[in-house]
Design a protein around this ligand. Structure first.
Ligand SMILES: Nc1ncnc2c1ncn2[C@@H]1O[C@H](COP(=O)(O)OP(=O)(O)OP(=O)(O)O)[C@@H](O)[C@H]1O
Ligand SMILES: [Mg+2]
Length: 436
């Protein structure tokens, strides 16, 4: 059964379905978002169960890539499907992205279009349009759920106040309307956006706020595996634990230090581009070097360039070269043990005729390289799919593993060798004093 049928028909080596890696795709499962989903459903339940003359509002708040849009869309999709199948009362679910529909008029027009109305661009005032659209939906006996995404922008632009006021006071403004309305308003920076809104709006909007925190690396691992296994976006055999952990560790949020992006979109993007890079090279598996290549292409807010490497101290470069050499020797591995690094580093020093630093200094230098973003260190662990077992306390150097995730080793190795040789030559010629 070398060529089974499940998805191999597209003839690609690694990617099974490109669409499933795009932003618009709503994944079949949303790991680590169960609380947010349950909370939303409980707030909206009267609305999707058909109760009239009610308004229920939920506000989503959280940084980029934390699943706000995905959760809202997946809830909307599910409610719509149940309603279409006759398992729930008739409902209209309208998804409106405020980046696309920026004014009150445009938002209402989109709502009208979603309900099947054809609305001219002119000829209506936005008040008339409000009446017209909402009456239309109401007359059909539908309830309504509006997902207003990226609402930050609408809060900042002129008539956001007006729009949110109308939505939050529907039953007072249009007393003849009977339908029940559910509102999910999504903000990236809630506190900042609220400052742009009038007090009256803020108070009438007084809704439950559902928080979306950045994802930790182990949560990102689950999300990435889920996209591979449940959604079948990528061939499972093409991806190793090492690859997923590499991406998740680099992007994951660390609560203790409050560092790391915790952004699922970026982690999926890295996986996707690494898969493309591997395919482009005619490979059947994604290798750490493909991930490094992608990480260095500017998908991360800070990435490493030649100038940054030049600025490192000599022993920082020597240690980095030692890690590079070890990783180059093992194509499929993304991390090497700290003990091995020390041995390799001593070897590198010998080759360049340089006296190696003591162990504690090497360890400090590694920590510095980590802070500078050159090295990605993790605590040694045994991983098996989706679960991570720490085998030691954090920062214990013997159990640490280090990797280089943000720049291709082939590029790094060359820059380091050139730069180290140049520095040592300059020193020999007496142009540069030895460091410490
Ligand atoms: N828990 C999750 N499980 C599976 N996929 C997820 C999860 N969270 C986010 N994603 C995926 O990550 C990407 C980004 O998520 P989403 O668009 O929901 O972020 P967001 O919070 O709306 O960010 P922004 O504020 O930038 O709009 C999407 O492709 C989404 O499918
Ligand atoms: Mg979003």
């Amino acid at each position: 059964m070398s060529m089974s049928f499940n998805g191999y028909f597209n003839g690609r080596r690694i990617i099974l379905d490109e669409r499933k890696l795009s932003n618009e795709y709503v994944p079949v499962k949303l790991p680590h978002r169960r609380t947010q989903i349950e909370e939303t459903l409980s707030i909206l339940q009267d609305v999707y169960r058909g109760q009239k003359k009610i308004l229920r509002t939920v506000i989503y708040s959280g940084p980029s890539g934390t699943g706000k849009t995905a959760v809202a869309r997946s809830i909307g999709k599910e409610i719509k499907e149940k309603s279409d199948q006759g398992k729930m009362p008739p409902i209209l679910v309208s998804y409106i992205n405020a980046h696309e529909y920026r004014t009150k008029f445009q938002v209402l027009r989109k709502l009208g279009n979603d309900s099947g109305l054809d609305i001219p661009r002119r000829g209506f005032s936005s008040e008339e349009l409000t009446q017209y659209v909402l009456n239309f939906i109401d007359r059909r006996g539908h309830n309504l759920i509006i997902i207003l995404d990226e609402a930050d922008i609408i809060a900042k632009l002129g008539d956001g106040n007006d729009l949110l006021y109308v939505f939050s006071r529907l039953n007072e403004i249009l007393p003849e309307i009977r339908m029940g309305v559910g509102l999910i308003v999504i903000f990236r920076q809630l506190e900042e956006s609220l400052e742009y809104l009038d007090k009256a709006v803020v108070s009438s909007l007084s809704a439950r706020v559902v928080r979306f925190d950045p994802y930790t690396s182990s949560q990102l691992e689950d999300i990435l595996w889920s996209r591979i296994q449940a959604d079948k976006a990528i061939k499972e055999e093409a991806v190793s634990e090492e690859i997923i952990s590499m991406i998740a560790d680099t992007v994951g949020y660390v609560p203790e230090t409050k560092t790391g992006l915790g952004d699922a979109r970026i982690s999926l993007k890295i996986l996707y581009y690494a898969a493309l890079k591997a395919e482009e090279e005619g490979k059947d598996v994604i290798l750490p070097e493909h991930v490094r290549y992608v990480m260095n292409k500017g998908v991360l807010p800070s990435y490493i360039d030649e100038e940054m490497i030049e600025k490192l101290s000599l022993h920082e470069k020597l240690i980095l070269l030692a890690v590079t050499e070890l990783l180059l020797a093992e194509k499929e591995k993304a991390y090497v043990n700290m003990g091995t690094v020390v041995l390799q580093y001593e070897d590198v020093c010998n080759r360049f005729g340089e006296k190696p630093l003591k162990y504690t200094r090497v360890w400090e230098t590694v920590q510095m390289l980590k802070k500078l973003g050159f090295i990605d260190a993790r605590i040694g662990r045994s991983t098996y799919r989706g679960k991570t077992t720490l085998i030691s306390i954090p920062n214990a150097s013997e159990n640490s593993e280090v990797g280089i995730n943000r720049i291709p080793l082939s590029v790094l190795e060359k820059i380091l060798r050139d730069s180290i040789s140049r520095e040592l030559n300059a020193r020999q010629r007496g142009e540069k004093p030895p460091q410490e």
